[in-house]
Design a protein around this ligand. Structure first.
Ligand SMILES: *[C@@H]1O[C@H](CO)[C@@H](O)[C@H](O)[C@H]1NC(C)=O
Ligand SMILES: *[C@@H]1O[C@H](CO)[C@@H](O)[C@H](O)[C@H]1NC(C)=O
Ligand SMILES: *[C@@H]1O[C@H](CO)[C@@H](O)[C@H](O)[C@H]1NC(C)=O
Ligand SMILES: *[C@@H]1O[C@H](CO)[C@@H](O)[C@H](O)[C@H]1NC(C)=O
Ligand SMILES: *[C@@H]1O[C@H](CO)[C@@H](O)[C@H](O)[C@H]1NC(C)=O
Length: 947
């Protein structure tokens, strides 16, 4: 509808019309009699004047087709979010500014002036500070010397549940999914955004300044979403955190005449709404069509109404609308950015069909693990292709995520689709959203698009690119000063500004080597990316069969070699800028670089040559903490070993020995799961897994090779039984902590040691087998230390105790060191998921030390584990993070040990005949973002696998 051409309605008193002809007509058409009669009666009792609501109705009608304009805030002098107390005029000097301009390639060396919550200027001001003060009439100007650091726009997270799924998780603060129905466009996340989430401070310390807070994905339409800034406000309210909320936030309907602002709405397809409502994909689709049809009917009524009144034909009805549906009618009018959680081709297809049937645009599809397989489908969406908001490597946790690929971001970008990296906080910790972009870059997304994927692109997709996502004059003063190039692994803010306010009170920053200031050069994964598409997201991952001609492999241009064994830990065996070669036969190293005569002796062999291009050879890493090896898809019980029975919770079958049962994970091992094979290809050549258990009682762990195809292959099981695993946690409904401790005491000191469990715990008491206890709370850990002392007093032996999880262990670092208790910190970078792990030591920039360095410095043997079931493949980057966060204090060997030798010691995986598998890395060492794992050598298994 083109408003300009409409005749102006006449807003003046009109003559009362006679109803006689209508009555006559009605006599001829009895069917419409009741309506006309009503009209007639109405006309007798109500003066047919211009209705009192005429003006508002006209305004409503005139604004019907408006969408939020492309605001130009360049000439703002003060931010609507400006708080004079917290945001003094500040000059950041000597910055390397990635402005976001020129497709995120523009870099300006210079200064940034922040005033009134805005970026006032970018340029060279540092020579003229007095002049600046005079120009702006300032007594004081805060000057921050960035010392040539990189500065980027604040990070924008387009998919977060910060505040509506608060951390630590407590029943009282889970407000992201309503149970009121499957389509709830009237729900609003703003009504559930808790101001006390522990994550605000943590996420800001990772550089996140703006987040779009979406309702959950349990409902097909979960409700409206709201963008917030993450800083504390002096009002301490949810509303004061909102970024440009719609003006009608606190009234029922739009007030026409006020400038329009974008609205946001969550949609979800696939497994979540189907499960939440015990329905199917078909039910979800019908629920969408039902509500969109209703919205369309209202929209048509409005359009018809407006057509009349804008033409001066007044009708007595008010503007047709219903509060429940006003937001979804706005979707049909293009005033709402729809963000749809949709994974699979089938779901994306349904969503896009819906967009055509009801003619509404979709701003972004989220998760969208199969989007990379159907780029043309996305391009065919109504109005414009949606952006795609993804995780970097988090996949395979459920069926609809099974085909997810780390190459999706680059493939989608190659198709010209907008790529956004998102956290889904707290599903992944948004503090590390930039790490998602780093991984996307590692797997082939161009650097500029990777940086844009967490700044300019989400800001643009959200329609907020007039004020956030860029460092530009007139934009909000939201920016981050980084301690390295933002795409270098471990990049950490030195300082974060939101609305011109400093966010990190006392930042702890390590000075990093100069090389971290450069953009890392990442390896090529072109073939892998092609295969991901060719095989519909399931490229073959099995290690290649060793060919005869690969019996001898010569790795050349090797810069460093690390070796390791259980007794001596990890050692740097060779390191030279001159490079060397390593000769391998059937998985065993025959010649090391310095053994020159060895190579001469071997000259008659004709090896296969592999150029490592300045790379490295290092022991393979070990993963622990996830069900790797016991399940394929986390949310599909039919792919899992299942959970062991817990004698503390219910009866255990007598056939198992009742309460004396002791299950061993080795009996349930599954080989060649995709998570295991991906881990293998990323240098994680072995895993330790405990029997899956939901509560207290676990069983015996097992140590196996992630690259083996089945249990009967040579060397597939490295050590069948390792330590015994127990969890002591605040289970809520489960047995109390005191009950669990009592039970554990009984198991250790109970006297009768006859059954399976008895024998295993007798081993523990004798110090022959470690007791591995998952515990997070410092109070529980302290109790366990006491129990260890008690056992040792009674038995006279020294007992091996290892704590895993251990979020709060740093509070007892000294005591753990003295008691000889080891710790497997998992996850390696802490997060206050639940009450019992809320007292984390967050590490730089919030604290000088990380939990890992604190424990190591107290003489605790430390290893790292994972919690996320898909993340074994990222172990080398987890190790690298730990090492980087230590500020260079940990050596390379110490770092490698936390995911290998230390882990073996702590979990009782030491009597293995295990010579370690070795990993060949091209272009750098195992902990580098610049390198790529290209082979594994296993003398134990007699194989050399070249990928
Ligand atoms: C932005 O950069 C990407 C990757 O470097 C490139 O493919 C794309 O064409 C660029 N877009 C524009 C508008 O220049
Ligand atoms: C720049 O260096 C100085 C001196 O080392 C230091 O005090 C300051 O904190 C640094 N600035 C930033 C933003 O790191
Ligand atoms: C209504 O909400 C807006 C924010 O959009 C706020 O500025 C205004 O003060 C609110 N009005 C009242 C009466 O609360
Ligand atoms: C990992 O998988 C197990 C078993 O399927 C599940 O119980 C657990 O919640 C998963 N862990 C995470 C962090 O998702
Ligand atoms: C750690 O052990 C070393 C060597 O045994 C000892 O010198 C040091 O004092 C110990 N440190 C702590 C914090 O106990």
């Amino acid at each position: 509808m083109d408003k300009a051409n409409l005749p102006q309605p006449v807003v003046e008193r009109r003559k009362r019309q006679t109803k006689i002809p209508q009555i006559l007509a009605a006599l001829c058409a009895l069917a419409v009699l009741p309506i006309l009669l009503h009209e007639y009666l109405f006309s007798l009792t109500t003066p047919r004047d211009i209705p009192v609501h005429a003006e508002s109705a006209l305004a409503r009608c005139r604004a019907l087709e408006d969408i939020p304009p492309a605001y130009n805030y360049r000439h703002r002098t003060e931010s609507d979010r400006f708080d004079a107390e917290g945001a003094p005029t500040t000059l950041i000097i000597n910055a390397r500014i990635l402005t976001g301009g020129e497709n995120m390639t523009e870099v300006i060396q210079g200064d940034i002036l922040l005033q009134n919550g805005l970026i006032k200027g970018i340029g060279q001001f540092s020579g003229a500070i007095d002049a600046l003060k005079a120009e702006y009439g300032l007594d004081e100007l805060v000057v921050v010397d960035a010392n040539s650091s990189w500065v980027t726009p604040g990070i924008v997270d387009m998919h977060s549940h910060l505040g509506d799924f608060s951390s630590p998780t407590l029943n009282g603060a889970v407000d992201d999914n309503s149970h009121a129905g499957i389509t709830l466009p009237w729900m609003r996340s703003v009504d559930g955004i808790n101001t006390h989430d522990d994550s605000y401070v943590l996420s800001v310390s990772g550089g996140v300044t703006t987040s779009l807070i979406l309702p959950g994905s349990g409902d097909a339409i979960g409700g409206q979403a709201f963008p917030i800034k993450l800083r504390k406000t002096k009002e301490k309210t949810t509303q004061s955190m909102l970024l440009e909320p719609p003006y009608d936030l606190n009234s029922s309907y739009t007030h026409a005449g006020e400038p329009l602002r974008w609205r946001y709405m969550k949609h979800a397809c696939g497994e979540n709404p189907a499960n939440w409502y015990s329905g199917t994909r078909m039910d979800t689709a019908w629920a969408f069509r039902t509500i969109y049809n209703k919205a369309k009917q209202i929209k048509v009524q409005q359009d018809e109404y407006c057509e009349k009144v804008l033409n001066g034909r007044w009708v007595n009805e008010k503007f047709p609308e219903e509060l429940q549906y006003e937001a979804i009618v706005d979707v049909l009018r293009g005033k709402v950015k729809v963000n749809a959680h949709c994974y699979e081709a089938v779901d994306l297809n349904m969503l896009i069909r819906l967009s055509h049937e009801f003619e509404f645009p979709i701003a972004a599809v989220h998760h969208a693990h199969e989007a990379f397989l159907v780029p043309d489908l996305l391009k065919s969406a109504y109005h414009a292709p949606p952006a795609v908001a993804l995780f970097a490597t988090n996949a395979r946790y459920k069926r609809e995520a099974y085909r997810g690929s780390e190459f999706a971001p680059r493939i989608l970008a190659e198709h010209g689709l907008k790529v956004v990296m998102k956290s889904d906080h707290p599903v992944t910790n948004s503090r590390y959203l930039l790490y998602e972009a780093q991984q996307a870059y590692y797997y082939g997304l161009p650097a500029n698009l990777a940086l844009a994927s967490v700044t300019t692109t989400p800001a643009t997709v959200m329609g907020m690119d007039h004020r956030v996502g860029f460092i530009r004059e007139g934009f909000d003063a939201d920016l981050v000063i980084w301690d390295s190039h933002p795409l270098a692994l471990g990049a950490t803010p030195k300082q974060v500004f939101i609305d011109g306010q400093v966010q990190i009170v006392n930042p702890h920053v390590h000075t990093k080597p100069e090389v971290y200031q450069e953009l890392p050069k990442v390896p090529s994964f072109d073939q892998e990316a092609k295969d991901a598409v060719k095989y519909d997201g399931l490229p073959p991952l099995k290690p290649p069969t060793t060919k005869d001609d690969e019996e001898f492999v010569m790795f050349t241009n090797v810069k460093s070699v690390y070796t390791g064994d259980a007794t001596n830990g990890i050692q740097a065996t060779f390191s030279s800028e001159e490079m060397g070669s390593v000769l391998v036969w059937n998985g065993a190293v025959v010649c090391m670089p310095h053994q020159l005569s060895c190579f001469t002796d071997m000259q008659y062999k004709s090896p296969k040559f592999v150029d490592l291009k300045g790379g490295s050879i290092a022991p393979g890493l070990t993963t622990f903490g996830s069900p790797l090896g016991l399940e394929e898809i986390q949310q599909e019980p039919s792919t899992s070993d299942g959970f062991v029975d817990d004698p503390l919770v219910g009866g255990v079958s007598p056939i198992l020995g009742g309460a004396d049962a002791m299950v061993a994970a080795v009996d349930g091992l599954q080989f060649a799961t995709r998570d295991a094979l991906l881990a293998y290809r990323a240098g994680v050549t072995s895993a330790i897994v405990a029997p899956l258990h939901k509560r207290f009682y676990g069983g015996l762990g097992t140590f196996f090779s992630t690259g083996s195809l089945h249990k009967l292959q040579r060397g597939a099981v490295i050590q069948d039984k390792t330590g015994v695993h127990i969890s002591v946690r605040h289970f809520g409904k489960g047995p109390s902590v005191s009950t669990q401790i009592s039970a554990l005491r009984k198991l250790l000191l109970g006297g009768d040691k006859k059954g399976d469990a008895g024998r295993v715990f007798e081993d523990v008491v004798k110090g022959n087998r470690p007791l591995v206890v998952e515990a997070h709370s410092a109070d529980i850990i302290a109790t366990l230390v006491e129990l260890k002392r008690e056992v040792e007093r009674e038995s006279g032996n020294s007992m091996k105790l290892t704590i895993t999880g251990a979020a709060e262990a740093h509070l007892l670092a000294k005591e753990l060191g003295e008691a000889g208790v080891g710790v497997v910190v998992s996850p390696a970078r802490p997060f206050p998921y639940v009450w019992e792990d809320r007292r984390i030591l967050p590490g730089p920039p919030l604290t000088e030390e990380s939990a890992i360095t604190t424990l190591i410095k107290a003489n605790v043997t430390v290893a790292i584990g994972i919690e996320e079931n898909w993340s074994a493949r990222n172990t080398r980057f987890d190790v690298a993070w730990a090492s980087i966060e230590s500020g260079g204090w940990m050596t390379r060997s110490q770092a490698l040990a936390i995911a290998s030798t230390n882990l073996h010691t702590l979990l009782g995986a030491t009597h293995a005949s295990a010579q370690y598998d070795l990993v060949a890395i091209e272009g750098g060492d195992l902990l580098d973002l610049e390198s790529k794992v290209v082979g594994v050598m296993s003398s134990r298994r007699g194989v050399t696998h070249l990928f």
